[in-house]
Design a protein around this ligand. Structure first.
Ligand code: MEV
Length: 433
């Protein structure tokens, strides 16, 4: 299949799961082993699960899907997503499809610079100590590179040292040192924590005082990713709605989130629906992404919107910027064959490119959510998917799910209890329950 149609597969959602697997295996040129990873219904052995975490008693599974239609920096991208939430993958695919006529998404990301934080307590002269730490930057960076020589060899390593006096409650004062380290294509948490622990004695020698906490910061604001998109208003028309009106309605929704933290929290939750799903699929730490995103949203002292929309000369322009600390190498990614498969579908060259794709997915997810909210509301689309989930939860056979879902919606009571009653009543028609 040509590169140009890699992510555009019309009617994909109507195919059977087996046909989708065949289609994606062909498009992404999966090997037999990789395809087998999609086919199995038992993705993780209990033995492997027990090695990953403690007190294991079972395995918990989530669906892996692909969002289609994404074009990022001119490249067709298949976006693997792991989520339990109905509508997320369909919404992202739809937003990406509408962006295709205007060239899709532009995205970029900073180098993968993480922050190792060291808290120094009982420092005799904090201001003097900060000055000494800054003056000794070269020695400290050399220590960082001695702790993680492999990182430096691969072109990453120590990038700088910052020191601040932090005044805390109970009249305490700390010197807080930030070690800036480029972790390359890794997420880098382990390396950064090692660097924090092993460099702390040198910092205490220079500053005086005692090292206390030594840990990365999840506010990874040296590792930002950005994406933009420009929807042509003509492409946004909906049945009974002019495209310019839809664009204006999206802008109005954006202004609400930009002005009100209560709305911004939900606006940003929608963004993270997409970003977390790709993070999960690629074996990345979505809690770290959540922490970074929300801390960044509050960086000006009040909590705001991570993505914004403006109607500018006939174009609806969306922008997003947030910290995205993700890796394409490292223990969790390398040790998880499905994460490697997800990275193969994405076809990214390394962590910064993955971060840019995540920003684009977040922006698409946000557009889809607020376009629906600003026009017909989200319940219409949600309800039919929710009704299918309720029907399945109530024990409907696959051939009964559609009919039962429709009956639930018609009854206005989309609940498992009601679904069980309908199943038991035998009034569904079609194959007997
Ligand atoms: C639901 O998971 C996400 C939304 O609430 C996001 C939003 O309100 O923008 C639909």
């Amino acid at each position: 299949m040509s590169g140009l149609s890699r992510s555009r597969i019309p009617g994909f959602y109507q195919l059977s799961v087996a046909d989708r697997q065949r289609m994606i295996a062909g498009v992404a040129e999966l090997t037999d082993d990789e395809r087998a990873l999609l086919l199995t219904e038992a993705p993780l052995s209990l033995e492997t699960a027990a090695r990953l975490t403690e007190n294991t008693i079972g395995v918990y599974a989530l669906p892996l899907g692909v969002a289609l239609n994404f074009v990022v920096n001119g490249r067709e991208v298949l976006v693997p997503m792991v989520t339990e939430e109905p509508s997320v993958i369909a919404a992202a695919s739809n937003a990406a499809r509408l962006a295709r006529p205007s060239g899709g998404f532009q995205a970029d990301a900073d180098a993968s610079v993480m922050i190792a934080q060291v808290q120094l307590v009982d420092v005799p002269d904090p201001d003097q100590a900060c000055a000494r730490l800054r003056a000794e930057q070269e020695r400290i960076v050399a220590r960082i590179d001695a702790v993680e020589p492999g990182m430096a060899r691969r072109g990453g390593g120590g990038r700088g040292v910052e020191a601040r006096v932090v005044r805390a409650p109970l009249d305490r004062t700390f010197v807080v040192v930030h070690l800036l380290v480029d972790v390359g294509d890794a997420m880098g948490a382990n390396a950064i924590n090692t660097i924090a622990e092993r460099t702390a004695p040198l910092l205490a020698d220079i500053a005086g005082g005692t090292p206390h906490l030594r840990i990365l910061s999840n506010l990874t604001d040296r590792r930002l990713a950005r994406a933009t998109v420009a929807y042509r208003t003509n492409d946004l028309a909906m049945p009974g709605r002019d495209g310019a009106k839809v664009a204006a309605a999206v802008e109005l929704a954006s202004l609400f989130a930009e002005a009100d933290p209560y709305r911004a929290a939900t606006h940003n939750k929608g963004i993270m629906n997409g970003i977390d799903a790709v993070a999960l699929a690629t074996g990345n730490d979505w809690r770290a992404l959540e922490a970074g995103a929300h801390a960044y949203a509050a960086r000006d002292g009040s909590y705001g919107a991570l993505a914004t929309w403006r109607l500018e000369s006939g174009v609806l322009r969306g922008r997003i910027e947030l910290p995205v600390a993700v890796g394409t190498v490292g223990a969790t990614v390398d040790g998880n064959p499905r994460a490697r498969l997800a990275l193969k579908l994405l076809g990214v060259s390394g962590a910064p490119e993955l971060a840019g794709v995540l920003a684009a997915v977040g922006l698409a997810q946000n557009f889809a959510a607020i376009r629906a909210l600003a026009t017909e509301g989200i319940q219409k689309g949600h309800m039919s998917r929710h009704a299918r989930a309720v029907a399945t939860a109530a024990g409907a056979r696959p051939d009964q799910v559609e009919t039962l879902a429709e009956a639930l919606i018609a009854s206005g009571d989309v609940k498992v209890e009601r679904a069980r009653q309908l199943l038991a009543s035998g009034t569904l028609g079609g194959p007997a329950s």
